[in-house]
Design a protein around this ligand. Structure first.
Ligand code: R5P
Length: 312
């Protein structure tokens, strides 16, 4: 059974890193839009009896990225692929994991079901918003983590007076992982989300006065959480040497301007989502391509993924 890599259009440079690491070329495919707006995909290489990996994060524009992935999976299944693994480094709709108030959809569950229906046999993802999402999928999920590579990226620049900060309660466990790896204290910002764009800080648990915050989160979307956390930390007496690290730099709306003006010293994300260029914001981008290539190689050879998997 041959290993085949097929990239959707969401993040071709990251897919090329995977292909380079595995020394397997990306298979040819065509994606276009018909005049009536419908997407059309075609796999141009044979995938019959092959072990196929579809590489497609489902960041913005999320419906387009998602539907392209579904069509690619369907095309591979109908073309006789032996197995189809969806490599979704960033999983859109992850935050729709429950009904926060009445009469809402649970989008994460619906999207997970659609991925199974399309013919995907297995999903590989990175730092899902909550680990319980794994149980939403009707197929096995290999939940990888980019945290160890991010820790190694920042380790040399962390000062002795640093404190790891979770910008909300959801990131508390993540902050504990970072604090234990770097032997630092941790603090938690209590935030309340007012709208998709706006959050307010209610309190900070833990000591931050005179310390240099290292804010860690799974994702940055509008930048509202980070902006509010930095303001609250500075108001609480933290020193203005603030670093921000997140796995997924989704960066929508006014995120770029917000982050450029928020006073952070370093801002580090991975390429799980393709990060837009912005001259006003200096982002350090750590590639998850090698991590994903390692996982794909192990899956293809039937080897354990244990060293790459996220455990809580
Ligand atoms: C929330 O639970 C997440 O971990 C992020 O903190 C949040 O989704 C980031 O969104 P934004 O950048 O729009 O505040």
């Amino acid at each position: 059974m041959h290993l085949k890599l097929i990239a959707g259009r969401a993040n071709v440079p990251m897919a090329e890193v995977i292909a380079h690491n595995l020394e397997v070329p990306l298979s040819a495919r065509e994606v276009c839009r018909f005049p009536d707006g419908e997407l059309h995909v075609e796999i141009q290489d044979s995938v019959r009896d092959d072990d196929v990996y579809l590489i497609q994060p489902t960041g913005p524009p999320v419906e387009e990225r998602l539907f392209e992935l579904l069509l690619l999976a369907d095309a591979c299944r109908r073309a006789g692929a032996a197995s189809v693994t969806a490599v979704i480094p960033y999983f859109g709709y992850a935050r729709h994991d429950r009904r926060a108030s009445g009469r809402e959809a649970v989008g994460a569950r619906l999207v997970a079901d659609l991925i199974g229906v399309a013919g995907v046999n297995r999903v590989v993802s990175v730092d899902l918003h909550v680990t319980s999402l794994e149980g939403f999928f009707p197929v096995p999920v290999e939940h990888l983590t980019a945290v160890p590579m991010l820790i190694e990226h920042v380790r040399g620049g962390v000062t002795a007076n640093a404190v790891v900060v979770a910008p909300d309660l959801g990131a508390a466990k993540l902050a504990e992982r970072w604090a234990s790896a770097l032997q630092l204290p941790a603090a938690i910002v209590h935030k309340r989300r007012i709208s998709g764009e706006k959050v307010v800080v209610r309190a900070i648990a833990g000591e931050v006065r005179g310390l240099a915050p290292l804010i860690v989160d799974d994702m940055i979307s509008t930048g509202g959480t980070i902006e509010a956390a930095i303001k609250a930390l500075l108001d609480a007496g933290a020193v203005p040497q603030i670093d921000v690290v997140a796995t997924h730099g989704v960066l929508v709306g006014a995120a770029m301007e917000r982050l450029a003006g928020c006073g952070a010293r370093r801002m580090i994300v991975t390429d799980s989502v393709s990060v837009p260029e912005n001259p006003g914001l200096r982002l350090e981008v750590v590639s998850v391509g090698s991590l994903l290539a390692d996982a794909i190689g192990r899956l293809h050879r039937g080897e354990s993924l244990a060293p790459l998997i996220r455990h809580e």
